[in-house]
Ligand binder design. Sequence first.
Ligand SMILES: Cc1cc2nc3c(=O)[nH]c(=O)nc-3n(C[C@H](O)[C@H](O)[C@H](O)COP(=O)(O)OP(=O)(O)OC[C@H]3O[C@@H](n4cnc5c(N)ncnc54)[C@H](O)[C@@H]3O)c2cc1C
Length: 393
Amino acid sequence: MHTDVLIAGGGIGGLAAGLACSRAGCHVRLYERAEAFDEVGAGIQMGPNVMRVLRGWELDVPLQQLAAFPDRLQVRHALSGAELGVLPLGASMVQRYGAPYATIHRADLQQVLLQALQQRDAVWLHTGKTVNRYVETNGAVGLSLSDGMDVEGDALIAADGLWSRIRQQLLADGPPRVAGHLAYRALVRQDDLPVMLRSQQVTAWLGPRLHVVAYPVRGGEWLNVVAIVHGHVQGSLEDWDHGANAADLQAALSTTCTSLRELIAAVPAWRLWVLCDRPPMGSVDQMTRGHVALLGDAAHPMRPYLAQGAGMAIEDAAELGRQVALVDGVLDVPTLLRRYALNRWQRCARVQARSIRNGGIFHLDGPMAWARDASLRLLGERLLDVPWLYQGP
Ligand SMILES: Cc1cc2nc3c(=O)[nH]c(=O)nc-3n(C[C@H](O)[C@H](O)[C@H](O)COP(=O)(O)OP(=O)(O)OC[C@H]3O[C@@H](n4cnc5c(N)ncnc54)[C@H](O)[C@@H]3O)c2cc1C
């Protein structure tokens, strides 16, 4: 007897959930509204907590070829350019946490997950299918799709992202909140940059009301650059990917150090995201009810200042798979999903809260910024390392 799992959304969270459930013996049907499994071009950082999960799914060989493995994270002052602190990554992370710190193009991670899922039996992946609503009936859950089709399964995993429809039906807690921060993102070939601007490490520049992060992806051949500034844009927020005006970004960073301004000027094109999140989760009931469970951004959308949103989605998926493998057939589906949520909600809430706090610290000005810089100079590695996060889940 196989549990029949329905998944709404085929982003990193949905694909990871499909893989984890399939590995645990479930039948998986996944519905993605886009016509193809396409990720918008940008990078993500993955701590050892995430790399351990991916290794457990035997994805380390393809990841080795596609990701980059920077050997240090350095924090610099955005205005002076001075180095404030360093966190050793590379072998040091492996030694401390048993897995590396990686940086990867989203599309590459998505392809690795997708290919692993496509190789499994009893997995059906549907694109061009928007999930409208669910109905719980007689120990099952039904989904109605925008093309008029209805499907039924034992459990529904909502991995439909920040603007999750399933979440609205389940919790009716309104739209996500606007953080008041804008993210400009770009990918540039390292060969197209002046030698001085090329980098194989993670660099974060911190400044008043702004910060910039750059790191290598695609085996180090490309540099991913993200610049966060305070601001708002007009228009639909759900359509979160906009073309960006490079002149706006250059104006926002006009007082930063020369090397940072040169890097920003060397990037040929930017995309703009309006950052939204939700307050940290307050209880297990915000993650599951009955036969429905939320996963990834649908459950706990967060600001990207701990670089763990996708990481938490992957950890969620691993926990879901673990619960299925442990108690499938022994416990009913609502109890199984509740065990999943019980083991996830507090850690995800902590990551949400820490992400908000980091944003505040990164963007400090005046005496508070001076105190931050002095602490980083003094304690560097101790402040930058996050053992409770990297040791988990
Ligand atoms: C600037 C920035 C930098 C970031 N950096 C990092 C980082 O370094 N490390 C990290 O771990 N995370 C990072 N994140 C966070 C990360 O991008 C997200 O947390 C992660 O992508 C969430 O994945 P998800 O699968 O839950 O949601 P999504 O990626 O949003 O996927 C949801 C999927 O559901 C589909 N969908 C939506 N509605 C429906 C529907 N009704 N029916 C069917 N399908 C539907 C969508 O088309 C989409 O494919 C960053 C985010 C930002 C904005």
